[in-house]
Design a protein around this ligand. Structure first.
Ligand SMILES: *Cc1c(COP(=O)(O)O)cnc(C)c1O
Length: 259
């Protein structure tokens, strides 16, 4: 979403968050599901810390970042803030789930898996092997999504759809990695019809893997849809959407990918 688009959405972060939630719920209903069957991950890469705190107060528990450094830093800051508030007011400390949505470099895996609940962007075997190796000391396997390049655009990350099944089979041999599903991006600069056809194709690819039994019963998440196309994605069967600008509004901090 461009800055101009973000500025056309309503005034406060509360209004924007509630509007996105309402629209996501309507799209879920149109696809025969209840609102709680679709997880809204707010991508906070351009949000201020104050905005994140406000969203937590409004009930948001899932946040996405595309840089490991910022994710780790924010997870710590938000955790401290919540613990302090808990000490003053009592009440349960909310469990915040951090999602790594951007591309992940192998040298940042160790930090990433300590701080985040789900990595949305695993698109090569060496990365998966590193997550497996770094996960040895963990009690639970690291949950990941396989990023698939459904639209086939050269500029996009993600493995090719025909390679997905074999890739998931390979992940299955890694005890410290658990494939929870797939992630994809809508086509860049496309109209709604083209977006819909890419997301419908993504759902078919996802269902094929599930029906094959590859990945097992835990392979159940389909992460697709951002500010400009989350409603279409939900209508096509997404059960995780990653929405940034439509909630955050005009960027409060710069979005810089890891160098
Ligand atoms: C930034 C980002 C989003 C959110 O994009 P918006 O258009 O701001 O909603 C979703 N997914 C990924 C991978 C991103 O990097």
């Amino acid at each position: 979403m461009t800055g101009t688009d973000a500025q056309t959405v309503p005034g406060t972060i509360r209004e924007r968050y509630e509007l996105v939630r309402a629209r996501a719920a309507e799209a879920a209903a149109r696809s025969g599901r209840t609102p709680d069957q679709v997880l809204l991950v707010v991508v906070s890469k351009t949000a201020s810390l104050e905005q994140i705190h406000e969203l937590i107060q409004l009930g948001c528990r899932d946040f996405g970042e595309n840089r490991v450094q910022q994710l780790v830093q924010r997870a710590a800051q938000v955790g401290e803030h919540l613990t302090r508030r808990h000490e003053i007011s009592g009440g349960a400390v909310p469990d915040i789930r951090w999602h790594m949505v951007g591309s992940l470099q192998r040298n940042k895996v160790r930090k990433a898996i300590e701080a985040c609940r789900l990595i949305h962007s695993v698109d090569n075997l060496r990365l998966a092997e590193e997550i497996h190796a770094q996960g040895v000391r963990r009690e639970r396997p690291t949950d990941i999504l396989v990023e698939v390049n459904v639209s086939g655009e050269a500029s996009k990350h993600g493995i090719a759809p025909p390679a997905l099944r074999h890739f998931v089979d390979q992940l299955d041999t890694m005890m410290n990695v658990r494939a929870r599903g797939m992630m994809c991006m809508g086509p860049l600069g496309a109209g709604p019809d083209e977006v819909r056809s890419v997301f419908a194709r993504a759902k078919e690819i996802f269902d094929d893997v599930r029906q094959s039994g590859a990945g097992g019963p835990h392979f159940d998440l389909l992460s697709m849809g951002m500010s400009g196309d989350y409603e279409i994605a939900i209508e096509c069967g997404a059960n995780v959407v990653r929405v940034g600008g439509a909630v955050v509004g005009p960027p409060q901090v710069e979005d810089a990918e890891d160098g």
